[in-house]
Design a binder for this molecule. Structure first.
Ligand code: BMA
Length: 310
């Protein structure tokens, strides 16, 4: 039986639901704010560059999109220089009474990560560009460790398959103590590269990390989701990585779209009843959602684990 139950009315959001011209709606961050689900989603414009929109829902499945985009490339200062080619793949974390939004900033100088903050998810202030070029998929933990913020990310490298790293910061601006914590497994569903997906969820057994892994085929790359557990007090220590994927492209809008065979998650919202709503982009074109039992995802990691350094 599948660990993740797809929502019966997937896809939950498409370009047709957006009141300004976009080609796609995908790879969205979602978080609960004052009883509402707030989604910050990526859209390709018709020139191929991306911006971020916002949608709101009462039940986590039926979203209504704002009339105007939430964030577009900055026209000011260093952000303008590094956001020239667009903003992609946001993630949201709530910590210390504020929302932190990370996003990929694309420009002629490469891809790096921007950090913005908001108290109400209406007004948003850019804080800093928190990586140099060739980083993606930055997710910030919703708690500090020994007084430090912690983040997972995925630097690019020509020597190693692209792997998951952790870094720490006293102030969100300066990051260090970086180390690699998890690598792809050879001839395995994630052999080509892995990257953080949703900001980690705290469970009794550890931080649940829903990540993506990529396998190269003769028909292009296949993006799937997997799960790993990190130590509660030392998030750089992986307790277990579930050996099998937890979600793969199967529905028609996951198999065919802007880029085919992609499920890519930037968000998972834990609920009080022990379930989690997982959100993913389908084929880089639409937004999909599903639910899972948190205990089942934890068991998936613990019952059939593989090494984080296979
Ligand atoms: C990755 C990123 C994601 C995208 C995925 C599949 O490299 O660009 O934004 O969803 O590829 O195309």
């Amino acid at each position: 039986m599948s660990l993740i139950k797809r929502f019966k009315n997937n896809p939950i959001l498409t370009a047709d639901d957006v009141p300004y011209p976009v080609a796609t709606v995908h790879n969205a961050a979602v978080i609960k704010h004052q009883g509402l689900y707030i989604m910050i989603f990526r859209s390709h414009l018709h020139n191929g560059r991306s911006i971020l929109g916002k949608a709101v829902s009462e039940n986590g499945f039926d979203f209504k999109v704002d009339t105007a985009p939430f964030m577009v490339p900055s026209k000011e200062g260093e952000f303008a220089l590094y956001e020239e080619y667009g903003l992609e793949d946001p993630r949201i974390t709530f910590i210390d009474g504020e929302y932190l939004i990370t996003y990929s900033a694309y420009s002629r100088h490469g891809v790096r990560i921007g950090l913005a903050r908001s108290s109400d998810l209406i007004h948003v202030d850019r804080v800093s560009l928190i990586t140099e070029a060739d980083y993606r998929n930055v997710v910030i933990f919703p708690e500090k460790f020994d007084g430090l913020y912690a983040r997972l990310d995925r630097p690019h490298s020509e020597i190693s398959p692209w792997s998951m790293w952790i870094s720490f910061s006293p102030d969100l601006r300066y990051w260090g103590d970086s180390k690699v914590i998890m690598k792809p497994a050879m001839y395995h569903w994630d052999e080509m590269k892995i990257g953080p997906g949703a900001p980690p969820i705290k469970t009794r057994h550890g931080w649940l990390n829903i990540y993506h892994g990529v396998f190269p085929t003769m028909d292009g790359s296949v993006y799937r989701l997997g799960a790993a557990l990190h130590d509660l007090h030392d998030p750089g220590k992986i307790i277990a990585v579930g050996d099998n994927w937890i979600l793969q492209p199967e529905d028609p809008w996951e198999v065919t779209g802007y880029v085919h065979n992609v499920v890519f998650s930037c968000a998972a919202v834990p609920e009080d009843d022990g379930t989690v709503k997982i959100y993913w982009g389908g084929a880089d074109k639409v937004m999909c959602a599903g639910t899972a039992k948190i205990s089942a995802l934890v068991a998936h990691c613990l019952d059939n684990p593989r090494s984080p350094f296979p």
